[in-house]
Ligand binder design. Structure first.
Ligand SMILES: C[S@@+](CC[C@H](N)C(=O)[O-])C[C@H]1O[C@@H](n2cnc3c(N)ncnc32)[C@H](O)[C@@H]1O
Length: 292
């Protein structure tokens, strides 16, 4: 009598891009939110993040409805741009020969801001081919395509040169990935003494587990917001040593208050952010770290 060979578990090929990452790519390939496009059109700087600082609420008193819409759009863009400038101002003393890495670059505004400030080379990566194409077209039109380039790549596994970067950052893109994988790649790419910066929402460990609002934000953007503690643990494991940490939560509220009143731009998540910030369950952080 012969025994039938025991069934072995099937060996499935590991996809280059996970199902989750494909879902993220689909989201950003389809994304056409006015809050992202109308603001960017003002000066061709496309930011897909929120804003910080005091808002000029006088725009709400504008009696002419068309002008009110335009002034509101411009004010929100100013606040988003202030965030990009804050991030760029923390990248260290860069020169025009230096190279920077923009992880999860969206439609590319952050790399342009860094280039305009330092004259440096920039490589941005996004899972969305549409975003990478759009951003490259913008850079070419601006005449900086030889220094600022965007790539359809995974920021966890870029294939870029080890130690080739003087600075790198994530502006609102850490909540799409496992932090250990992300910081391992930043640590690999950054030269010793290089700078890493992130601006991110995180849930507040002192509040407890993620709140209802944090869960709603996760569902809205298909992301997975990390607790604050996870950033510092994962950085410590990957030779990234914080040199400056700033709680931007208070500074983030005026942007959301104003955006909530911009009927032509709201996406429906505004009240959730405001509640999350106010009930203490969610924080907006700037973390600056040295690669040691
Ligand atoms: C909220 S947007 C932020 C865009 C940009 N940092 C900005 O400030 O305008 C999130 C971005 O992260 C990107 N992203 C998410 N996971 C990624 C991954 N594993 N590799 C590369 N990009 C990723 C998305 O494609 C999207 O461009």
């Amino acid at each position: 009598m012969t025994n039938a060979p025991a069934a072995r578990p099937a060996v499935l090929p590991v996809p280059a891009q996970s199902t989750y990452q494909t879902r993220i790519a689909d989201y950003w390939n389809a994304e056409e939110n006015p809050v992202n496009l109308e603001l960017g059109k003002i000066d061709d700087l496309y930011h897909h993040h929120y804003g910080i600082g005091e808002a000029d609420t006088s725009v709400l008193d504008e009696p002419d409805p068309d002008l009110r819409r335009k002034r509101l759009t411009a004010e929100l863009h100013r606040l988003e741009h202030a965030q990009a400038e804050l991030l760029a101002s923390n990248l260290g003393n860069l020169t025009a020969d230096d190279r920077v890495f923009d992880a999860g670059c969206g439609r590319g505004g952050g790399s342009v801001v860094a280039h305009l400030r330092y004259g440096c080379h920039a490589d941005g990566v996004t899972l969305s081919t549409k975003q990478a194409d759009f951003a490259n077209e913008q850079a070419r039109a601006r005449g900086i395509g030889h220094k600022v380039r965007y790539h359809h790549r995974n920021m966890l596994d870029t294939g870029f040169e080890t130690g080739g970067y003087a600075a790198s950052w994530n502006n609102e893109s850490t909540m799409y990935v496992e932090l250990d994988l992300l910081f391992a790649e930043h640590a690999r790419l950054l030269r010793r003494g290089g700078r890493y910066v992130t601006v991110t929402g995180c849930y507040n460990d002192t509040y407890g587990q993620a709140s209802r609002e944090v869960s709603l934000i996760n569902a809205h953007y298909i992301c997975d917001i990390h607790p604050r503690s996870a950033y510092f643990r994962a950085m410590a494991r990957h030779r990234l040593v914080p040199v400056h940490v700033e709680d931007l939560t208070e500074a983030a509220i005026p942007y959301w208050e104003l955006r909530k009143k911009a009927d032509h731009l709201v996406t429906g998540i505004e009240d959730t952010f405001l509640t999350a910030y106010r009930n203490g369950s969610f924080q907006y952080l700037l973390i600056v770290a040295d690669r040691v």
